[in-house]
Design a protein around this ligand. Structure first.
Ligand code: ZN
Length: 295
């Protein structure tokens, strides 16, 4: 389980959300068999996606956060909802890269790439989802999202994300925060916030040193005041099911299903987010063919 807190400053001009996502990122690492740099990249995307999901006020809203860069890790996706569930996908979890020389950190930027786009799709249950997109800044995920918020949504924000990977490859700590300014935030509020942000260690190091989320938020909001408005448990959770897979197969149409039946005699589908396998045997396919429409 992850733990997430939302807080607001005394004068209600600054919103902050923070998460300890260690368990979620470790689950993602295990599901996808990630190398350290893949764990860091996917972990940052899941950490951000979970917070962005909970930031949606609509009860059954769904969010897809997608990084499409030109690096060797390929596509990175997090699908989350406003209840705190999130699942992730990475195209090439097996890619390993050397530690970056100048700061001895996992080279997420080299893995994700610096050319490409970050996309945010919010499905609020209306006819059309809201889609926002912005070019990548440096492929480090947090800076890309800060730029996305400023330019695509016109919300001044500070996004911090961190994943520490232990020597044995497991997740040592993971977390992040997003601070956003309301339109009526004063210059003074902004100055205080910027000064506080400059003074803090990386979020993953703070969490690794067993600091609680409350303490981290108190340090960042400082004299602006920290008032918790929501606390929530979050989890790595995949909602795939045999019924969903059946619907996906049916949507292929009768002709495709008949081809599958003839050529393979069965169909095996693997969920991209949890690697669960769903096997449809000959009799299952025949039933689906009956349920499908001729195309
Ligand atoms: Zn699944």
């Amino acid at each position: 389980m992850g733990r997430l807190l939302r807080a607001i400053s005394d004068n209600k001009t600054i919103n902050m959300i923070a998460i300890d996502s260690k368990d979620m990122v470790e689950e993602a690492r295990k599901v996808h068999q990630c190398t350290p740099v893949a764990t860091a990249a996917l972990g940052r995307v899941i950490t951000a996606g979970t917070m962005m999901g909970v930031m949606m006020k609509e009860k059954n809203a769904k969010l897809t956060l997608q990084f499409k860069g030109d690096g060797p890790l390929g596509l990175l996706v997090c699908v989350s909802n406003s209840q705190g569930d999130a699942k992730g996908y990475i195209a090439h979890p097996e890619v390993n890269l050397p530690i970056r020389i100048n700061d001895r950190k996992l080279d997420v930027s080299a893995g994700v790439g610096t050319k490409g786009t970050v996309s945010v799709i919010r499905d609020l249950g209306l006819k059309e989802p809201y889609i926002g997109q912005y070019p990548l800044t440096n492929g480090e995920i947090a800076e890309d999202l800060t730029a996305y918020y400023a330019n695509s949504e016109q919300v001044p924000s500070s996004v911090a994300l961190g994943v520490l990977v232990d020597v044995d490859g497991t997740v040592k700590s993971a977390g992040g925060f997003i601070v956003q300014l309301m339109p009526d935030a004063s210059e003074e509020d902004i100055e205080i916030l910027e000064r506080n942000l400059r003074g803090v260690l990386s979020i993953s190091h703070m969490l690794d040193e067993a600091e609680r989320l409350e303490q981290i938020m108190e340090v960042i909001l400082g004299e602006l005041g920290m008032n918790v408005v929501e606390e929530r448990q979050t989890r790595y959770f995949c909602d795939c099911s045999r019924e969903r897979m059946e619907r996906a197969l049916i949507s292929l149409g009768r002709y495709e299903l008949e081809q599958l039946l003839m050529e393979d005699g069965q169909a095996e589908l693997t969920c991209h987010f949890c690697n669960n396998r769903y096997l449809f045997q000959e009799k299952d396919l025949k039933e689906l063919i009956l349920a499908s429409r001729p195309k």
